[in-house]
Ligand binder design. Structure first.
Ligand SMILES: Cc1cc2nc3c(=O)[nH]c(=O)nc-3n(C[C@H](O)[C@H](O)[C@H](O)COP(=O)(O)OP(=O)(O)OC[C@H]3O[C@@H](n4cnc5c(N)ncnc54)[C@H](O)[C@@H]3O)c2cc1C
Length: 382
């Protein structure tokens, strides 16, 4: 358990362990098909209902919508714990958060934010563009509408989303640049086309999509014209810390799994744990996990203090996800060839850990941001 947690957080952690044992484990590992079957959908609904009753569902939701938002430290503890179970259904314990819609008013609030928080509508985030695009997605202000054209290449959940929050470069009718904007676009709006559906190696589903003269009311702009980038990145620190907690939880799962394996009988007659070379490898996995968790919890506390944490969340995201990559890889090595068999828990984790090094900021780009933070802005702690 992370050191020196407030008593209240320890109590919630115990409640969460109990929730996993009583609600999630009895549903079995099959929740992994993410609602692609009726059985999967039933399991997800069971988790959501039980989570509402236990109060976990509301911990990621704003108070003005009936939520009981938890501190970053508490959410970090819970996310790490859920990830360390390696049970996919734990992903459905927390209710949907507001994401980029967090401060919207009027039609965006009643038509999108509120249904999202109730779990009635789903959004997807469209930022990444294909290298082949002749120009970045753009929208022209036309009266009280915005006419959007362009392409997005990697929209997670875009196939089943009700709407897309897309980053758009806005122009006035005379061609003057009005900066970027995050714009809510209905998936079924005329001119929105899905070009390709694909699955990445971690098992998640995505689409690439085209906007061909898609017309949306100007009121679908989140915030003001010109605020697109800051809006898109507003919550990124919290999301990066969420990914970090997931990565750290993966390391905990692997260490526990491998410890049991190396202590059990081996065909050589000597358990692997008695071999010094294995111990060295195992120790490295523990050392790296200890350091990653230390960064994770320190950063969660910095975020809760309200101080600037942009550099710290970026550093933590790089370190924890890269650590998870190494720890899973080493775990797989120690387990042996069976760990490569499709469906083995370590095989699955290997794929999932790899994608964490891309999502919400690829490691190299975050490294560049961290260097820029220090060299150009004199920001960032050590
Ligand atoms: C599982 C998964 C889910 C995703 N979901 C979404 C989503 O929902 N919405 C969305 O918009 N996108 C999504 N993405 C896309 C993701 O955000 C991008 O893959 C990521 O930002 C990297 O961009 P890119 O793939 O275009 O690679 P590029 O930007 O082309 O970078 C490729 C590599 O080139 C190097 N590189 C690039 N720029 C520099 C530089 N300036 N200096 C030095 N090296 C550099 C780095 O090594 C980098 O990893 C998802 C990706 C994955 C894997």
């Amino acid at each position: 358990m992370p050191d020196n947690l407030p008593e209240a957080v320890v109590a919630v952690m115990r409640q969460a362990e109990d929730f996993v044992d009583k609600v999630i484990r009895p549903l079995g590992p099959e929740g992994s098909d993410e609602g692609n079957s009726e059985e999967g959908e039933d399991a997800i609904n069971t988790v959501r209902e039980a989570s509402r009753e236990a109060g976990f569902f509301y911990k990621t939701q704003p108070a003005e919508f009936g939520g009981t938002p938890a501190s970053t430290l508490e959410l970090t503890v819970l996310r790490e714990l859920f990830s360390s179970t390696n049970l996919p259904l734990t992903r459905y314990i927390f209710g949907p958060g507001p994401g980029v819609l967090h401060a919207v008013q009027g039609d965006l609030k009643s038509g999108y934010l509120e249904p999202v928080l109730r779990g009635e509508k789903k959004g997807a985030f469209a930022f990444t563009e294909p290298d082949s695009a002749p120009r970045a997605t753009w929208g022209v202000v036309t009266g009280d509408t915005l006419v959007i054209n362009g392409q997005k290449s990697y929209v997670t959940g875009g196939g089943s989303a009700d709407f897309i929050s897309a980053l758009v470069n806005v122009e006035q009718p005379d061609g003057a640049k009005a900066g970027t904007a995050m714009v809510v676009i209905d998936r079924q709006a005329e001119g929105v086309a899905i070009d390709r559906r694909f699955t990445s190696l971690d098992g998640s589903s995505h689409v690439s999509m085209t906007f061909d003269n898609v017309t949306v009311p100007i009121s679908n702009v989140i915030g003001e014209l010109g605020e697109g980038m800051p809006r898109a990145l507003a919550n990124i620190g919290n999301v990066r810390l969420m990914v970090s907690a997931q990565a750290s939880g993966m390391c905990l799962f692997v260490l526990d799994y491998i410890e049991k394996h190396i202590k059990s009988p081996h065909r050589s007659g000597i358990p692997l744990a008695d071999k010094e070379g294995v111990r060295l490898r195992f120790a490295d996995m523990r050392i790296e996990t200890f350091v990653a968790r230390s960064a994770l919890y320190r950063t969660a506390r910095i975020v809760d203090s309200g101080e600037n944490s942009v550099n710290e969340t970026a550093m933590t995201k790089v370190f924890t996800t890269e650590t998870a990559g190494r720890v899973v890889d080493q775990g797989l090595q120690l387990f042996g060839g069976q760990a490569l068999v499709t469906g083995h828990p370590l095989e699955k984790l290997y794929r999932e850990a790899r994608s964490l090094r891309f999502v919400e900021g690829a490691s190299d780009l975050l490294r560049i941001n961290v260097a820029k933070g220090k060299l150009e802005l004199d920001k960032g702690r050590l």
